[in-house]
Ligand binder design. Sequence first.
Ligand SMILES: NC(=O)c1ccc[n+]([C@@H]2O[C@H](COP(=O)([O-])OP(=O)(O)OC[C@H]3O[C@@H](n4cnc5c(N)ncnc54)[C@H](OP(=O)(O)O)[C@@H]3O)[C@@H](O)[C@H]2O)c1
Ligand SMILES: *[C@@H]1O[C@H](CO)[C@@H](O)[C@H](O)[C@H]1NC(C)=O
Length: 362
Amino acid sequence: MYGVYSTLRLLDPKFPRTSEEPKRIGQRHAGAKKMLLLFLLALLAGAAAFLLFKFATVVDGDLTLVSRGPPRRERVDGKVVWITGASRGIGEVLSMQFANLGAKLILSARNKDELERVKQNILSKNPDSRIEVLPMDLSAGEESLKQVVHAAESLFSNAGIDYMIHNAAFERPKRGALEESEGGLKATFNVNVIGTINLTRLLAPYMLDRGMGHFVVMSSAAGKVPAPGQAVYSASKHALNGYFTSLRSELCTKGIKVTVVCPGPIETPQSSAAASSVQRHSSEKRVSVERCAELTIVAATHGLKEAWISYQPVLTVMYLVQYMPTIGYWLMDKIGAKRLDAAAKKGNTYSWNLIFGGKKSA
Ligand SMILES: NC(=O)c1ccc[n+]([C@@H]2O[C@H](COP(=O)([O-])OP(=O)(O)OC[C@H]3O[C@@H](n4cnc5c(N)ncnc54)[C@H](OP(=O)(O)O)[C@@H]3O)[C@@H](O)[C@H]2O)c1
Ligand SMILES: *[C@@H]1O[C@H](CO)[C@@H](O)[C@H](O)[C@H]1NC(C)=O
């Protein structure tokens, strides 16, 4: 504080020099220090409130993901990207965005006509794109998958697959865990888990030979946290997470990368099967399918191992279950029955009301 005093005296030669002065200036200075501290605290509280507000309203992914920049084009340009479930929904938009980044595409799903439609649509906007259509059924058994993998590897003059986007999935309307039939269970696991794993087992050896390859797995928030009304679907996505995080830990030193993407509710067009077969409420706040595809490519090209894409309240539930499971599961237990109820009444199954509302909320 004497430093301040001497500076002031330097600036103003008439500055008082009595022995009283330094003390008073010191007191005044302490007051200013307090004010400054208060001001900084207020600023910090304001910033925290602002960030919390953002987190509650506009943040649409986990904080690692949303702090990354745009997709890295150089990681995709000229690469071969094989996308399953490319005939509609998230897969269709992913295909368009990968094409915009210069990728060579292989589009797969069961419906060949729909794949052709997607291909023509991309070509009409991006005439230079290189796109092949490769129809396949993930649940058709190993022999058929073997042929498909061989065909995919041979396309684009045997270039081989750089990115395998496991996006196809089978989803049933929401219902209680004990109401799901064995048929529903088998159909879900055959496509979402066994077919996807079989495809991976057949493709990975080619990638290992080249010493590189990247699996991008469209899992779900239901693969991370309880999903009342979707127990079987949730089980299939948990299975995928378990398989692919294990696979990565085995093969990461051999050039194999894995990105597990866990979207919450996504606004796919009404033409989508999930949209027509799964009840949806207009007040559900869903991330747009374009943004979901963009963040998926951000996660893959920035080499993220896992990425969550969702608005609230699902994003908070994911954070709680991951970092404070006791609280997260307690919260989900409050929600479970109400969510089943909401699904039965075709109400909002992603609402804050499920947490804060009364028993009858939907
Ligand atoms: N939409 C969401 O809110 C949401 C949220 C979280 C996670 N996800 C996940 O994101 C991915 C895409 O979701 P989406 O809503 O876009 O799905 P979608 O509209 O239902 O499309 C599913 C895609 O998978 C294909 N498919 C289904 N069964 C198949 C089979 N046996 N063999 C090969 N392909 C098959 C479908 O084409 P064909 O019928 O022609 O075969 C279609 O292209 C899924 O993994 C889903 O679980 C979606
Ligand atoms: C997966 O592969 C096994 C053989 O390894 C085969 O028995 C089974 O039918 C295949 N399932 C699907 C759904 O592809």
